[in-house]
Ligand binder design. Structure first.
Ligand code: RB5
Length: 151
């Protein structure tokens, strides 16, 4: 199950991502927003991010105007590693190296075709593990309040 969320600005791209997920045979849950009325991205980011953090959804895709605000909000939820991406290389590498569990994109930044390509790469690329695990663990250690500054 893929968690989706957007604000009003990200809604058009989120709708395209829904079509993509359908064609990939992937189920999704849309945590809003559902209309083009102006709204606050943090509200929807938190809903989708909580679904990913709890394990209810395996991954999440978020859209706002830039992808930035909604990714910042998602990353405040414990357990979330959300990457704001606007190119295919970063989409692949954030899965391979960072084990990102959420992707954020800006519908005012990427076009529909690129956005769909980025989402497909994000959803089909495996985490490499190995030497990267230690680094991902460090990210999560910071979240848990550990002090890495003396390393
Ligand atoms: C909404 O106008 C816009 O600020 C929002 O979608 C997003 O780009 C914020 O980061």
């Amino acid at each position: 199950m893929i968690a989706l969320a957007s604000d009003h600005a990200g809604l058009p791209l989120k709708k395209e991502i829904m079509t993509l997920l359908g064609s990939m045979g992937l189920e999704y849950k849309d945590y809003g927003t559902y209309t083009s009325a102006s709204c606050d991205y943090a509200v929807y980011a938190q809903r989708a991010a909580k679904a990913v953090a709890s394990g209810e959804c395996e991954r999440g895709i978020l859209c706002c105007g830039t992808g930035i605000g909604i990714s910042m909000a998602a990353n405040k939820v414990k357990g979330i590693r959300c990457a704001c991406v606007s190119d295919c290389y970063s989409a692949k590498l954030t899965r391979m190296h960072n084990d990102a569990n959420m992707l954020a994109m800006g519908s005012r930044v990427v076009g529909v075709d690129l956005g769909k390509m980025i989402a497909e790469i994000f959803l089909t690329t495996a985490y490499e593990g190995g030497r990267h695990q230690h680094r991902v663990d460090q990210i999560m250690a910071i979240e848990a309040g550990e002090d890495l500054t003396n390393l």
